[in-house]
Design a protein around this ligand. Sequence first.
Ligand code: ZN
Ligand code: ZN
Length: 385
Amino acid sequence: MTKEEIRAKIIEIRHHIHMYPETGMDTVQTADYVAKIMEDLGCEVTRGIGTNGVVATMKCGDGKGMIGLRADMDALNIQEDNDLPYKSQVPGKMHGCGHDSHTATLIGAAMLLKESQDFNGTVVFVFQPGEEPGLGAKAMIADGLFEKFPMTEIYGQHNQPDQPLGTIKTRAGQIRSSEDDFWITIKGKGGHASAPHLVHDPLVAAAEIIMQLQTIISRNVNPLDAATVSCCDIKTDGVMNALPTNITILGDCRTYNPAVSQLIEKKMRQIVASVCEANDCEGEVKYDRVFIPAINDAACTQVVIDTATKLFGPEKVIVSEFPGSASEDFGQFSAIVPGCLFDIGTLPEGAVTFAPKHNAHYVFNDDAILVGSEMFAQIVRNRLK
Ligand SMILES: [Zn+2]
Ligand SMILES: [Zn+2]
């Protein structure tokens, strides 16, 4: 296959995946579709790693080296609002983060390497479910991913609709934040809205907690440590003329430093306990660390920078000063073996507006699809000589 034929083929593959999005860990059909394509490419394919993870290996020469490349396969619970010939056929689900492109891109890398046969060792193609909920990487690791496929480095990429088309952006060290999810439940004593003296109002306590949580970042966290504490939803019993008994506040915190995450949890528990006590309510905090910060290994990052510079020229390489504020399940893999996550820009020159990721109007720009494939293939050639 020529490069152009590979490009056309992986665009077709992406559109197919886009039409049938699956979310979370339930990427059954996507995994099956990917596994069949990788088998047809002559890879040895292992299915069902960490529920619906797929691992394909491709060998060339007699080298003992083993390099991992990762893509995610899951979509989002968003109703697509695009008029595309390959629009999502599943109500309420869409590939709104472009993981369809990541999967197709990784398949494209396998196609390029199969054609060129110019590496010496083993490539491990890792297709994970459940990136969005932060469950897939942990599940694959717990299922023995690194024991069964003892890769010594791993690389991953994410599309970025606000980054210039064809640019590669990365940095050594922190590349993505953690995500800590919290649930604060407050139990008061509900009653008639006209008789507040007979109730213990959890709404007033909730309002005070929400305001006090704002002081964690401004008063407790070192200003040189970036972090966020966001209350994202509040649920009550929801009756117009009755004060509620139960309230739940949902939210999430982001940090780049585990000690800051610990501090936020400690202060949150203190605030909830003291405000609830003052308001005659009972409070409880559930605090879950869903994503750990994703850290790029310095040497692997240099591999990505050198590869991108050689392939596309120095003007296409961006070494970012700061990490991204989103979280990324890739961090679980790169916490075990050295790795590098890089971003690929998809914003065409001169474009002023774009739909961000996780938006119902988001569309991946197919003009960028081969960039990641070429990056992955060249990284393999550089590392498995
Ligand atoms: Zn996403
Ligand atoms: Zn994503």
